[in-house]
Ligand binder design. Sequence first.
Ligand code: HEM
Length: 108
Amino acid sequence: ITGDADEGEKVFRKCKACHAVGEDARNKVGPHLNGVVGRAAGSVEDYTYSSALMEKAEEGLIWTPEELAAFLENPRDYLPGTKMSFAGLRKQEDRDDVIAYLAQFDMD
Ligand code: HEM
């Protein structure tokens, strides 16, 4: 992980309407993101994912830094049918930084 977590906290402002991390993080429009770096896709138990995401989950997708970066660049290209309505992070630096930020939060 090569990004800057402090910069990533700023990038995460774009995600916050839909996602929470940290102590007491709950699912919002999207699932909580504690432990998401290295987490199995579609694995938050009490969250209802799209069938597009669940298909990837059944294929065994793990959110490695590389897969996260590809998803976040353009969610709907990476995962047609996803219900994540977000245009994406077009700058590689923003993707690297937000992944470094997210890597700080373990599954609790
Ligand atoms: C799913 C990250 C922005 C709504 C996800 C997942 C990740 C993620 C990693 C998959 C989680 C899993 O498999 O458990 C991010 C990041 C964002 C961002 C880092 C900002 C850069 C947003 C925004 C929204 C949103 C702005 C709402 C407008 C969702 C929804 C899902 C999701 C609804 C479930 C997708 C599905 O089931 O197809 N997000 N997200 N996300 N996110 Fe985001």
